[in-house]
Design a protein around this ligand. Structure first.
Ligand code: 5GP
Length: 113
């Protein structure tokens, strides 16, 4: 079980900003932008690499939940970035698939320091 599962089960506290039957969203503990929210499916899927065609809807739900959150919070028009790190070279540290939503300031060109 990952720490994200423990957040889903309310065994570890988190600043939860959205939840439905499929997924949960909470603020990252070490934000990399003024807004940094993680969107995590409730079904156990260790990484995007472990996702299968039957997970297509769930992967889409993560992205659409992030987009809806951005609209509701009023920064969709200014813009934002979504990122999914996968496995070691992708920088994944928590092995429950999740999508990062980064926003709140110009983020610079992707891949530049
Ligand atoms: P990854 O590196 O796997 O793509 O992303 C994992 C994210 O989880 C990191 O951005 C990290 O800051 C965040 N994180 C690690 N531990 C905790 C925690 O206990 N609570 C919350 N809210 N975020 C965490």
């Amino acid at each position: 079980m990952t720490l994200f599962h423990k957040i889903i089960r309310r065994e570890i506290p988190a600043d939860i900003v959205y939840e439905d039957e499929h997924l949960i969203a909470f603020r990252d503990i070490a934000p990399q932008a003024p807004v940094h929210v993680l969107f995590v499916p409730k079904e156990t899927i260790p990484s995007l690499d472990a996702a299968r065609p039957e997970h297509a809807e769930l992967v889409g739900r993560l992205a659409l939940a992030a987009a809806e959150y951005a609209r509701q919070e009023g920064f969709a028009e200014d813009g934002y970035r979504i990122v999914m790190n996968c496995n070691g070279h992708g920088g994944q540290t928590v092995y429950q698939m999740h999508l990062h939503l980064l926003a709140g300031a110009p983020l610079g060109r992707f891949g530049t320091p």
